[in-house]
Structure formats: structure tokens, C-alpha cells
Ligand binder design. Structure first.
Ligand SMILES: Nc1ncnc2c1ncn2[C@@H]1O[C@H](COP(=O)(O)OP(=O)(O)OP(=O)(O)O)[C@@H](O)[C@H]1O
Ligand SMILES: [Mg+2]
Length: 461
């Protein structure tokens, strides 16, 4: 089932059931309250009736029969069948003998009403017409008796039924409005959810087909969907990057392989065919090319080893100064060759590390600084400590890295096109190894650089 349909159905069901429950509960509550009210009203009416009847008697004229009749008929309209007798028990006025048919009609009407409201009212609520006698008195003197007939325990008049029906009608209208509102709100809400989700699905489909540069543009304020859209966009960027690296790697490696093989093959053919005499110089050239090939295979092995086997670390506490001294003597030859000075600045920090592998990582970083810095320049190592983390900076004022190359320098065999020339020895694995070692120490490595201004590599341990 589609998400929007599901949301609308859930909304409508919640609205329906909550209103239905409210309607049922209020009906039960109202009914019991209404019953109490009706019973009270009935008692009051009976008392009023007795009072009015007592007033129809005067010492001089006895009972005012016209007035009694009026009161009796009015009571009949109200569902009360009365019979008035005097002190001696003689009937003065009787509703049944006045209009027997009307009395029957009144009783039937009430019982019909009650059955409409409460099926089986006569059986369940024991509703039946009952007669009760009251004394008619004036100044504590007995005047006679009145027998009042009433539906017991209570009964609804037409207007009471109308009131209850109106109330239920109102509930039904509220139910219809709530359902309508829930459908409208549900539709809007589901649109807000499904629209970005459909876009995300479309873009992921495109990404799976290799269109990595497609981006999700939808502007949603739903946090989770926003996060999902960002993740899919990042995934696209990542895959695009990988695609570029893959292409470049294949191109570069085939170039690295092709050049020495072609050189050696040409030289060997010329020597074999007797075109050239084997000379020391030609043997040296062939040897150099084969050595380069050997280094390339060696680098591939190094990276594979890094990636496939877990380094076994023997962690020890070591001061950065100590490592610096080791690096200084390790790179003495390279530094001297370009007359570059390597300095240690700032405060010394203690590091809990596997010394050999960290020296290897830092030497990869420093070798780059030496390699890509001009003669007689400076390279410095600085350190700070923030939030229990050690920040080590390797700063050079060398040729720097272009913005296009910067995101890729940690990728294996990645070299900027300019540095991929025959004069540079490496194949682009130095920073990959450094990153691998630092990450294995749960650390971080970052690089900042500006073309022509220099490079800073930051290691956080
Ligand atoms: N300090 C730096 N100054 C300028 N460019 C740098 C610096 N460090 C790295 N780079 C650039 O990043 C690329 C990748 O560096 P990396 O150390 O991985 O490879 P490499 O030095 O080319 O070869 P290898 O280290 O395998 O001998 C280099 O080719 C270079 O273009
Ligand atoms: Mg390097």
C-alpha cells in the first residue's frame, strides 16, 4: 500500500474512533444525567400539580370544577392521568371519564417514545404506567385525594426526544467534519513525506545507473528525510569521486607500466638485431627502467599488505621530540641534498603510539615536504594539545597542491598530473600509508594547501 494512502487511512481511523468513543461515552453520561433530570422534573411537576389543585378549593364555593378540569387536561397533555376525589371519596374529576381515548393515546405515545430511545424499555427498565395517591390539603385540612398516573421510573416527552436526537445529529456532524479535516491534513502531510521520498528513490535509481552527479533538491523540514537526502547526495559525490579515481588510476598505472616496458623492449630489440652495441649506458637505462617497475610492484604489495593485514601495534609512550630526532637522522640525506632545514617548534607532547609505524607515517609526510619544497627552504613540525588530543602540524612552504587535487591526495596511487613525471620517483602511496597508520591509531589526518604557498598536514592523535 502506498504511504500516502496509509497515512490518510490512519488519520481518518484515529479521527473516527476518537469521535466515536467521545460520542458513545458522552451519550452514556448524558443519558444518565438526563434521566436524573427528567425524574427530578417529574417530581416537581407532581408537587406543582397538587399545589395547583389545592388552590381550586374555597370554603364558600367548594371545588372550582372548571379550574380542576383545566388543570387535569393540562396534566394529561404532560403525560399525567389524574383522578380527583373529595373527602368522602366521591369522584370530582377523572381524566379517563373526561377523555378516555386521549388517555390511551397519551400512554401509547409515551411508551412509543421510550421504545424508540431505549428498545425493550418496558422489559429492561421495568417501565410501566403507575398510579400514586396524594392528599390534597389546605391549611393542614384534608380536602380530598388526587391519584396521579405517571410512567415510571421516568419518561421522555416529545421535546426531550427531540433534544436527544439533535444532540446525536450534532455528534454525527462533528464526526463528518473531523473525518474531512483528517483526510485533508493527512493528504497534505503524506504529500510532504512522499514527495521527497519519491525524489530520493528516483535519484538513487539514477545513481545505481551510474549518474552520480544527480542531486536531491527537495527542501523538506523533516529531519530524518533531510538526513537521508544528504546521505544520498554524499553517496553520489563519493561514487563520483571513486569513478574519477578509478579512471585516473587505470590511466596512470598503464602509463607507468607502458613506459619502462617500451624502453626496455626497444633497447633489447635493437641489441638483439645488432643495431646497437651493448654499452654500459644502455644497460644502465634498461636497469633503471626495470628498477622503477620493481618499485611499482613493491608499492602495490605494500598497499595490499596495509589493507589486508592488521598491523600489530606495540604501543608505548614517546615524546614527539624523540620522534622528531629520529626523523631528522632518517631524512638527513634528503634534507642535505636540497639544503632544507627541519625545525621543531612549540611544546613537546607525549604520544601513546607504535613508534616504528608512526615514524614511517611521519617520514612519508616529511618526504613529500622535502620533495615538493624548493632548495634552502624550511620545514617545521609544531604541536599543540586540545581536549586531550594532540595536534601535530607539518608545515612547508613548497609548491602546494591545487584545489582539484587536494581531495584525492590520500587515495592510493594518486599523484597530481604535474608531479606524475619521470623525474619524480614515487607512485603516490606515501600519504595513503600515512593515513592508514594514523587511522589505525584511531587518529585523523588532514591536509591544507594552497598552490604556490605551501602545505600543512595535520595529524590528530
Ligand atoms: N607537501 C606537499 N607539497 C606539495 N604537494 C604534495 C605534498 N604532499 C603531497 N603532495 C601531492 O600529493 C600527491 C600524493 O602524495 P603521496 O605522498 O601519496 O605520493 P607521492 O609523494 O607522489 O609518491 P610516494 O609518496 O609514493 O613516493 C603527490 O604526488 C603530490 O602531488
Ligand atoms: Mg610521497
Amino acid at each position: 500500500m502506498r504511504l500516502n494512502k496509509k497515512i490518510i487511512i490512519i488519520f481518518a481511523s484515529i479521527a473516527f474512533f476518537s469521535l466515536f468513543l467521545a460520542m458513545a461515552l458522552s451519550n452514556i453520561f448524558l443519558k444518565s444525567q438526563f434521566e436524573k433530570y427528567v425524574i427530578k422534573k417529574q417530581d416537581k411537576k407532581s408537587l406543582n400539580l397538587i399545589y395547583s389543585l389545592s388552590k381550586c378549593y374555597s370554603l364558600e364555593h367548594g371545588w372550582d370544577k372548571v379550574e380542576l378540569k383545566d388543570i387535569g387536561i393540562a396534566a394529561l397533555e404532560d403525560g399525567m392521568i389524574i383522578k380527583i376525589t373529595d373527602r368522602e371519596g366521591k369522584v370530582i374529576w377523572d381524566a379517563k371519564s373526561e377523555d378516555g381515548l386521549k388517555c390511551q393515546r397519551v400512554i401509547k405515545n409515551i411508551s412509543d417514545n421510550m421504545e424508540k430511545v431505549n428498545i425493550n424499555w418496558t422489559v429492561k427498565e421495568k417501565g410501566k404506567y403507575k398510579y400514586k395517591d396524594y392528599n390534597l390539603e389546605k391549611d393542614k385540612v384534608l380536602l380530598g385525594k388526587v391519584t396521579v398516573g405517571n410512567y415510571s421510573p421516568y419518561y421522555y416527552r416529545d421535546e426531550d426526544i427531540l433534544f436527544l436526537n439533535e444532540l446525536n445529529k450534532l455528534f454525527l456532524i462533528a464526526l463528518a467534519i473531523a473525518l474531512l479535516i483528517s483526510i485533508i491534513v493527512g493528504t497534505f502531510l503524506s504529500k510532504g513525506l512522499t514527495k521527497p521520498l519519491l525524489e530520493i528513490t528516483e535519484i538513487t535509481h539514477d545513481i545505481s545507473k551510474g549518474n552520480y552527479n544527480k542531486k536531491i533538491k527537495t527542501n523538506t523540514n523533516t529531519y530524518e528525510i533531510k538526513l537521508l537526502a544528504e546521505s544520498v547526495n554524499n553517496l553520489g559525490d563519493d561514487l563520483e569521486r571513486q569513478k574519477y579515481i578509478r579512471k585516473k588510476l587505470t590511466k596512470d598505472i598503464s602509463h607507468e607500466l607502458r613506459t619502462p616496458i617500451t624502453t626496455v623492449l626497444t633497447y633489447m630489440e635493437a641489441l638483439k638485431d645488432g643495431v646497437w652495441e651493448p654499452s654500459q649506458e644502455k644497460i644502465n637505462i634498461c636497469y633503471e627502467e626495470l628498477r622503477r617497475l620493481d618499485k611499482l610492484v613493491g608499492d602495490v604489495e605494500k598497499i595490499t599488505k596495509c589493507e589486508t593485514t592488521a598491523i600489530e601495534f606495540k604501543k608505548e609512550t614517546c615524546s614527539l621530540k624523540e620522534i622528531y630526532n629520529e626523523l631528522h637522522s632518517l631524512l638527513k640525506k634528503e634534507l642535505k641534498l636540497k639544503d632544507i632545514s627541519l625545525n621543531f617548534k612549540g611544546k613537546d607532547v607525549n604520544l601513546l603510539i607504535d613508534k616504528n609505524s608512526i615514524v614511517k607515517a611521519f617520514s612519508c609526510i616529511l618526504l613529500n615536504s622535502v620533495q615538493y619544497s624548493p632548495k634552502e627552504s624550511n620545514i617545521s613540525i609544531e604541536a599543540t594539545e586540545k581536549n586531550n588530543k594532540k595536534y601535530i602540524y607539518f608545515i612547508d612552504k613548497g609548491k602546494g597542491i591545487s584545489e582539484e587535487d587536494l581531495p584525492y591526495v590520500f587515495e592510493r596511487f594518486y599523484k597530481s598530473d604535474k608531479s606524475r613525471n619521470r623525474s619524480s620517483e614515487g607512485f603516490g602511496i606515501g600519504l595513503t600509508i600515512a593515513k592508514y597508520i594514523v587511522n589505525a591509531h584511531n587518529g585523523e589526518i588532514k591536509i591544507n594547501s594552497k598552490l604556490g604557498e605551501g602545505t600543512t598536514v595535520t595529524v590528530i592523535l
